[in-house]
Design a protein around this ligand. Structure first.
Ligand SMILES: *[C@@H]1O[C@H](CO)[C@@H](O)[C@H](O)[C@H]1NC(C)=O
Ligand SMILES: *[C@@H]1O[C@H](CO)[C@@H](O)[C@H](O)[C@H]1NC(C)=O
Ligand SMILES: *[C@@H]1O[C@H](CO)[C@@H](O)[C@H](O)[C@H]1NC(C)=O
Ligand SMILES: *[C@@H]1O[C@H](CO)[C@@H](O)[C@H](O)[C@H]1NC(C)=O
Ligand SMILES: *[C@@H]1O[C@H](CO)[C@@H](O)[C@H](O)[C@H]1NC(C)=O
Ligand SMILES: *[C@@H]1O[C@H](CO)[C@@H](O)[C@H](O)[C@H]1NC(C)=O
Length: 437
């Protein structure tokens, strides 16, 4: 089982006042309502979501505090798209351009229909609009939000109630999301995305054991490594990208894409800008049997996105936006919070793979044992539902120096000979075993 979840939240501030219900919602061609959606339209919205995700990931630098960055481009796109329904003039233009909406025919309609399609698979999306009871919002904004993005209005009563809703929407994985609600906050747009997938070919939990993950040329950490001697994998070595690219399929038309820089060929941050999922999916070959190692981990990422969105040109949302389609009262965005978690483990539906430890010399190997970029990709739209960079899958353990190891477990007085287990990675540096045949 692999499990992901994400929550995104927008807070809007205001001064109080009453309004007549004359809001005008962003116009969209009437012909859009009738359009029949085909893969092509979903592909274009998938590309737009990918571009947004890439820019966001580029502006969210990993640091020592948070070595891994995990976002849900889908969740961010849904929230910004909903906000754009109530935006006018320059603000609307900015939002739509950050969403790359001009590359998609009938943007709102297409995104809304993709949302419907995705929630039919293993993805769950819950969306809510919290309103202070005394705050007046144009009915048209509420109706459009509900119609397009199934955003249900709800009265903002207490922080406990909001947190309970978040906890329920994420199946208990996100607790105490908000510490408090500022008194001047009148409106919150919130969505929770939850994905639970099953590998098409599961890993055998009995084969999982500690292995090295190389942080850089000098340091490594020990992580639980899922192992398989015969895993059906689609693998590509992309010289131009300077990376190995692998696709691990899930049941239900989604897959886990791993992009790992080749030794001496740049790092994960420099890969982000060059990512193009549709191009990679076009070039990935048929699956073949490989010896595979993939770290097992649970990671959480929480981040206020104001700075990242500002660096993407959306700074005016936080100073003086035109949100006159939401309310007659001047509003501004006070905070955009994002929380995301990922859990990667062995279980899948199909137990047929990965039951043997016998290693044949001729089987190619792919070990995910150094920093990598990942995307959870929906096959229909090729949209990255989740996107992240993992530079340290065990951030709570202290790294070890490669020199001190010399091929043996430094903690274990490991005298056992490992001659029968060619899974054993010799510690002569990162990637030593990543030769693709
Ligand atoms: C990927 O590359 C193709 C051209 O090769 C381009 O049309 C498309 O927009 C790119 N997608 C993204 C998300 O950048
Ligand atoms: C902003 O939009 C409103 C409503 O659509 C319009 O009446 C107004 O003239 C616009 N203002 C500017 C500066 O474009
Ligand atoms: C979603 O699933 C229902 C049946 O559960 C089906 O009727 C509907 O056509 C599906 N919608 C999409 C967009 O796949
Ligand atoms: C996966 O996609 C194929 C074709 O694209 C479709 O026939 C199949 O029903 C889809 N499966 C699920 C679970 O959505
Ligand atoms: C990644 O590589 C780029 C150049 O390709 C460099 O500017 C940057 O500092 C590197 N980042 C890290 C974390 O090493
Ligand atoms: C195992 O190694 C530790 C230091 O890493 C050492 O103190 C201890 O004596 C060793 N035990 C044996 C049985 O070699």
């Amino acid at each position: 089982m692999v499990l992901y979840l994400a929550v995104l939240l927008l807070l809007c501030l205001c001064r109080q006042g009453l309004t007549d219900d004359t809001g005008v919602v962003a116009p969209e061609d009437h012909s859009c309502g009738e359009q029949v959606f085909r893969q092509e339209a979903w592909r274009s919205v998938g590309g737009a979501i990918e571009k947004l995700g890439r820019q966001l990931l580029e502006s969210l630098q990993a640091g020592p505090e948070q070595p891994n960055v995990i976002i849900s481009p889908l969740s961010v796109a849904l929230a910004l798209a909903q906000l754009s329904l109530g935006a006018h003039n320059e603000t609307q233009k900015l939002l739509l351009s950050s969403l790359h909406a001009h590359t998609v025919p009938c943007y709102h309609h297409t995104l809304g229909s993709l949302l419907q399609h995705l929630t039919n698979t293993s993805l769950q999306v819950a969306t809510r609009m919290y309103l202070r009871p005394e705050f007046e919002v144009y009915q048209s904004f509420i109706a459009e939000s509900l119609r397009r993005y199934r955003s249900e209005p709800a009265p903002l009563i207490s922080v406990e109630e909001v947190n309970r809703w978040v906890e329920k929407a994420t199946k208990g994985h996100m607790t105490n999301f908000l510490p408090s609600i500022p008194h001047d906050m009148v409106l919150m747009l919130i969505n929770a995305v939850h994905f639970k997938g099953e590998w098409e070919a599961r890993f055998d939990p009995q084969l999982t054991q500690k292995g090295e993950f190389y942080l850089d040329n000098n340091n490594f950490v020990h992580v639980d490594m899922m192992r398989s001697a015969k895993y059906p994998l689609s693998l590509l070595e992309d010289g131009e990208l300077g990376a190995q690219v692998a696709r691990f399929p899930f049941k239900g038309n989604t897959s886990f894409l791993v992009v790992m820089p080749l030794p001496g060929r740049g790092n994960v941050s420099s890969l982000v800008a060059k990512l193009n999922i549709s191009d990679l999916y076009r070039r990935l070959p048929q699956e073949s049997t490989m010896q595979v190692q993939l770290p097992k981990f649970t990671l959480q990422y929480r981040q206020e996105l104001q700075e990242a969105l500002s660096s993407m040109g959306l700074g005016s949302l936080f100073s003086g936006p035109d949100l006159s389609g939401i309310s007659a009262v001047p509003l501004q965005v006070s905070s955009v919070r994002h929380a995301c978690g990922v859990e990667l483990s062995e279980e899948g539906a199909d137990a047929s793979a990965a039951t043997s430890v016998t290693i044949m010399r001729s089987v190619p190997i792919f070990f995910v044992n150094s920093p990598f970029l990942f995307a959870l990709v929906d096959h229909t739209s090729l949209a990255p539902l989740f996107l992240g960079t993992v530079t340290n899958p065990a951030p709570d353990t202290s790294p070890m120096h490669i020199d001190s190891q010399l091929g043996d477990d430094p903690h274990g007085n490991n005298t056992q000979s490992d001659s029968t287990n060619s899974n054993n990675v010799q510690s002569d540096g990162p990637h030593s075993s990543n030769n693709v045949l």
